[in-house]
Ligand binder design. Structure first.
Ligand code: SF4
Length: 218
């Protein structure tokens, strides 16, 4: 089993702020919408689209009442814009009608919103409500498999969440997952991870294997 404490310590030094790359300004509804838009789209693009989007629809009420084709036009650059527009408008409507305009604070209520799965729910709970939660996104699943917490071939978000939930201290979970995203972009990329110079190499199952292989091959 990897040395979680040491790994977390190195990640904390690398990324002390552990900021979410979606610029939501602490507003749970905005984060919810941005997280929905980020499916198969980069956070960078979502942040760009967020500017006109939230200027036009500053809150759940205005988005719930939006004209769907106008909403689709604004979020078109994020891809899958029809489905995303429909679920953003519907989730905003439900938030207004069932939750008094406020994003709910429980996993079950969040999961009842259209287009919201455990990844988005955990992101909102952790990032704006300060609750524990593992955001099992592609970076988190890939990197923790490589580190050796579970077999690298395992790509199951729910299993990843359950395994890491039992390992990463509750109070650190949200930050740990933000750091995974930043680390995955800078060091442990999907295609060409920078193992030979990686700060986690000695603590990482894949990093150690790569090193041994390199030595064997001279
Ligand atoms: S050693 Fe390689 S596989 Fe392991 S965390 Fe670093 S970049 Fe990723």
């Amino acid at each position: 089993m990897p040395d979680t404490e040491k790994i977390s310590e190195i990640l904390r030094k690398l990324y002390p702020d552990a900021l979410c790359s979606l610029e939501h300004g602490g507003d749970p509804w905005r984060l919810l919408i941005q997280a929905r838009l980020s499916a198969q789209c980069t956070d960078e693009r979502v942040n760009i689209v967020s500017v006109p989007l939230f200027a036009r629809y500053p809150d759940a009420r205005s988005m719930a009442d939006s004209d769907i084709s106008e909403l689709e036009d604004i979020i078109r650059p994020c891809g899958l814009y029809r489905t995303k527009a429909a679920s953003c408008r519907e989730m905003s409507r439900i938030i207004c009608e069932r939750h008094g305009g406020k994003v709910p604070r429980t996993m079950d209520e969040l999961l009842a919103l259209p287009g919201v799965g455990r990844k988005i729910a955990n992101l909102v709970l952790g990032d704006v409500y300060g609750m524990p939660g593992i955001v099992a996104d592609t970076h988190c699943i890939r990197i923790n498999g490589r580190l050796g917490y579970y077999p690298e071939e395992m790509k199951d978000p729910l299993k990843t969440e359950m395994i890491l939930d039992g390992i990463i201290p509750k109070e650190e979970q949200a930050d740990y997952c933000h750091r995974m995203v930043l680390f995955g972009r800078e060091w442990c990329m999907a295609r060409r991870p920078r193992c030979s110079e990686c700060p986690l190499r000695e603590l990482c199952a894949r990093g150690r294997n790569t090193e041994e292989e390199r030595k064997r091959n001279g």
